[in-house]
Design a protein around this ligand. Structure first.
Ligand code: ADP
Length: 268
């Protein structure tokens, strides 16, 4: 697809039938990639055509979570002429910066280079007709988030946060930046919530209340309230499934974290 001046156009423009969700967070390590990958697998298991653009340039972990890393090396996309065919993990088509850098090299790119890469991911990668495209954004409010906001102003945004009230500030900011580019925030997902203990108590390692707090703040002054979509508990199985490249929504759907993720997938 080429637009005026020969510039490539994304197949994911405002007229496309693909629902686009950008998954964002205030800071790293809150489980954004883990949830994006498991949500994608859950949607694909429902028979939807699903793709992920892993735009988390600093922590490109989607290929590993979806079993597309072997001996530390990510599966490479296939090239046909100037078309890039994305690898497929658990029926999810995936493109990631991690597939283009060698030996787990760090990505130290400035904004224009990042913008070009994201533009190329959205225009030169042959995803075919997708029902759902998920974008795993880097944490925070940097260049990639702004590029995605400009390229896909009609994308809907999912904000991931931990239950720590102190994390609410940064999570709120990432949502606000998305909204400034016109994107709609569909909801907040709280991750790493209480872990049930054998004695019946709940270990709230990361506190509580952060998800509701972010949802409340992002709802202020809006016509429609931003909901807290789910609170996903800490889960050893979710973590080890991510490490092993075996998403738990398939391997362990009864785990409480899977149950919560599958419930979100039903609402998307
Ligand atoms: P982010 O994309 O926000 O940087 P990741 O998805 O890479 O975060 O998750 C960071 C680490 O936390 C990973 O090791 C992941 O397996 C683990 N993790 C994520 N969510 C949970 C959870 N609910 N319970 C236990 N570990 C989790």
């Amino acid at each position: 697809l080429r637009g005026p001046g020969g510039a490539r156009q994304t197949q994911f423009g405002p007229d496309s039938l693909t629902r686009i969700y950008a998954v964002t967070s205030g800071k790293g390590g809150v489980g954004k990639s883990t949830l994006t990958a498991n949500l994608a697998v859950a949607l694909a298991a429902r028979g939807l055509a699903v793709g992920i653009v892993d735009a988390d340039v600093y922590g490109f972990s989607i290929p590993g979570i979806l079993g597309l890393v072997h001996d530390g090396v990510a599966v490479k996309p296939t090239r046909v002429d100037d078309m890039i065919l994305p690898p497929v993990g658990y029926d999810v088509k995936v493109i990631s910066i991690g597939m283009f850098v060698d030996d787990n090299a760090a990505v130290a790119w400035r904004g224009p280079m990042l913008h070009r890469t994201i533009t190329q991911f959205l225009s030169d990668v042959y995803f075919g007709d997708l029902d759902v495209l998920l974008l795993d954004l880097p944490p925070g409010t940097g260049d990639v988030a702004i590029s995605v906001g400009q390229l896909l102003p009609h994308a809907e945004v999912l904000v991931v946060t931990t239950p720590q009230p102190a994390a609410a500030d940064v999570a709120e900011r990432s949502g606000v930046v998305a909204r400034q580019t016109g994107q709609k925030i569909v909801g907040v997902i709280e991750n790493m919530a209480g872990l049930p203990q054998p004695d019946g108590t709940v270990l709230e390692l990361f506190g509580s209340g952060g998800g509701l707090e972010v949802a409340r703040r992002l709802s202020e002054g809006q016509d429609a309230a931003v909901p807290l979509l789910a609170s996903i508990p800490l889960s050893v199985a979710l973590r080890s499934g991510g490490d092993a490249g075996a998403p738990i929504v398939l391997s362990d759907p009864a785990d409480p974290a899977s149950v919560a993720i599958l419930a979100i997938a039903e609402t998307l």
